[in-house]
Design a protein around this ligand. Structure first.
Ligand SMILES: *[C@@H]1O[C@H](CO)[C@@H](O)[C@H](O)[C@H]1NC(C)=O
Ligand SMILES: *[C@@H]1O[C@H](CO)[C@@H](O)[C@H](O)[C@H]1NC(C)=O
Ligand SMILES: *[C@@H]1O[C@H](CO)[C@@H](O)[C@H](O)[C@H]1NC(C)=O
Ligand SMILES: *[C@@H]1O[C@H](CO)[C@@H](O)[C@H](O)[C@H]1NC(C)=O
Ligand SMILES: *[C@@H]1O[C@H](CO)[C@@H](O)[C@H](O)[C@H]1NC(C)=O
Length: 536
């Protein structure tokens, strides 16, 4: 490689020495004017000698001007003009200075229309940016004073053209020929030059821009939390940059400040991607009142900026808070349901007692309940006295109208018929366990069950506590069926009934609301009643 470079340099030195010049080759169209220029310069008095080697060796320089005119040649200074080229001019020419110790050779070729060669004149080139004005320059040569310039014309592919383009387009590029006309001794001689026009596509003008990813430059922030606002820009100069301003002053890059700015620059080709981030350690009320702007400063374009508006968000709807609110709602619902289930009885009774919330029953029935005895299989059942007391409280204190078998059934009827009559007249049937057998046969119990199912009358089955815990099958089959058909209220014996209101609450809850008498608890009347009714 190094050797080749050295050789080339040596060759150049050898060839560029005076007296040793390269053979040039010039082509001209027949009839056109050709110019042969000697690369040697005449020193002092010694002039350039032109010698033609066409038909025979001829010293053109020392010819008279008339002889030159006859040969259609003209020697002027170091140049040889072939005024109108013809095939006879084709051949070798040499120019030398002084005593011909140094000589240059030029070969001239004359193209005829038949030869098909269309290499015309010397080649020049010109390039213009697209959509800009462009002027083609027609080259000129140094002519003797007795030759007059007569202007020039432009052609492209045989068509006449103007050498000036106010807005050059891509289609204008191509090879143009410029023909200059010269007047010499009453004769016009043409000389053609070729100019290649190149129209360069416009380079897209690259302008730096700020890119803020926030819609309308509004940034949602959360008070007290960290916020980072990115300002991105694509730059084309190392001297361009983006940075953040807070109310006209530049935000510091010191990361120990509550508000600072940091940045990254990344160079890719001729693009520089820069990101300036405005960092709020914890967004404060004071920050919201300030104006923050991202500014672009450039050496090649006017500076620009984008101002952001900080907008507070009450709370970000995060999945966590959404989930917790769902859990909360579900929790409240569960608690409500649990409370309602637990206190259903109390709430219903409270509404009935204090607000009079009950359904007005106009079903044509005479009694709220029919109290019926069944044989308790344990001795925890109610005895005759307890039963009287129960009936008394229900009627006197709570105001229920009761159908009692031994009081309200008209004498003379068959037992079963009387019982069914009573069920017919009552809204509820209450089965009361009694210790001495009341003497109702299992056939009657079955009939009652059938009647209840048929009429869809509510049945309240008062159970003794011991009966409840005993294994199933301890009750007669008919009773078992009845206890399953109705709702159960547990009788825990006389002593607990006095202390606990649970039995009464349960019983009253299942009994229909009685509009006839509503006694508010703890009135003087109430206490008196209790005193009268309660067994000593
Ligand atoms: C012109 O010179 C070249 C060598 O430089 C030679 O080969 C050629 O034959 C010459 N032509 C004429 C017409 O003398
Ligand atoms: C040619 O001229 C140079 C100086 O120009 C001279 O040194 C040289 O002797 C001359 N040669 C001949 C053959 O005349
Ligand atoms: C010279 O060129 C002009 C314009 O191209 C043309 O009209 C004229 O005929 C030419 N003359 C000669 C001698 O070629
Ligand atoms: C950054 O700020 C802190 C607190 O204002 C200060 O102590 C520290 O010197 C600063 N650091 C620089 C590099 O300016
Ligand atoms: C700027 O600092 C913030 C907070 O420390 C960080 O999250 C961010 O990545 C930094 N940005 C750059 C471009 O260094």
């Amino acid at each position: 490689m190094v050797v080749r470079v050295l050789l080339a340099a040596l060759l150049f030195l050898l060839t560029s020495t005076p007296g040793a010049c390269h053979t040039k080759h010039i082509m001209v169209m027949e009839g056109e004017m050709a110019l042969l220029q000697c690369s040697l310069k005449g020193k002092g008095d010694s002039k350039v000698i032109w010698t033609s080697y066409t038909t025979q060796k001829m010293d053109l320089t020392n010819m008279s001007s008339t002889e030159q005119r006859q040969m259609d040649v003209l020697v002027y200074q170091t140049s040889l003009f072939i005024l109108s080229a013809s095939v006879k001019h084709q051949g070798n020419y040499s120019c030398s200075v002084g005593n011909a110790s140094s000589q240059c050779w030029i070969t001239l070729t004359v193209n005829t229309a038949q030869s098909g060669e269309h290499e015309e004149g010397s080649k020049y080139s010109k390039s213009c940016p697209i959509q800009k004005s462009c002027t083609l320059n027609c080259p000129d040569v140094n002519v003797p004073p007795n030759i007059t310039r007569k202007g020039f014309t432009w052609h492209k592919e045989g068509e006449s053209k103007d050498g000036y383009f106010p807005r050059v387009e891509k289609k204008d590029s191509g090879v143009y020929t410029c023909t200059r006309s010269y007047l010499y001794q009453g004769q016009i001689y043409n000389m053609t030059f070729t100019v290649k026009l190149e129209v360069q596509p416009q380079k897209p003008k690259k302008t730096a821009v700020i890119i803020l990813p926030h819609e309308n430059h509004v940034v949602d922030v959360v008070l007290g939390s960290q916020e980072v606002i990115d300002c991105k820009a694509v730059l084309y100069s190392n001297f361009d940059s983006v940075f953040w301003l807070s109310d006209e002053s530049i935000v510091d890059t010191n990361t120990s400040l509550p508000v600072f700015h940091n940045f990254t620059r990344e160079k890719k080709g001729d693009e520089i991607k820069m990101t300036a981030s405005l960092v709020f350690q914890r967004v404060s009320e004071e920050d919201l009142s300030k104006n923050y702007s991202c500014k672009l400063e450039s050496v090649s374009q006017p500076s620009s900026f984008v101002t952001v508006t900080l907008r507070t968000q009450k709370a970000r709807p995060s999945y966590i808070s959404l989930a917790s609110s769902i859990v909360g709602i579900v929790g409240v619902m569960v608690v409500t349901v649990v409370i309602y289930v637990k206190l259903k009885v109390d709430i219903t009774l409270f509404l009935r007692d204090t607000l009079g919330c009950y359904k007005q029953t106009s079903d044509g029935k005479s009694y709220d309940a029919f109290l019926m005895c069944y044989e308790s299989n344990t001795d925890a059942g109610l005895n005759a006295h307890d039963r009287k007391w129960l009936e008394g409280v229900l009627e006197e204190k709570f105001g229920y109208s009761l159908c009692l078998y031994d009081r309200d059934v008209l004498p003379g009827k068959a037992t079963s018929e009387a019982v069914l009559d009573c069920i017919e007249q009552s809204r509820t049937v209450v089965l009361v366990p009694t210790s001495p057998d009341p003497g109702l046969g299992s056939g009657l119990l079955s009939a009652i069950h059938a009647a209840l199912v048929e009429r869809q009358t509510r049945l309240i089955f008062i159970k003794t506590e011991t009966a409840q815990v005993s294994a199933s099958g301890s009750l007669p089959e008919a009773l078992e069926l009845l206890s399953e058909a109705g709702v159960c209220v547990t009788w825990k014996g006389m002593n607990t009934v006095h202390n606990s209101s649970s039995f009464w609450k349960q019983l009253r809850y299942y009994l229909p609301a009685s509009p006839k008498l509503r006694l508010l608890p703890h009135t003087i009347q109430d206490v008196a009643l209790w005193k009268n009714i309660l067994p000593n």
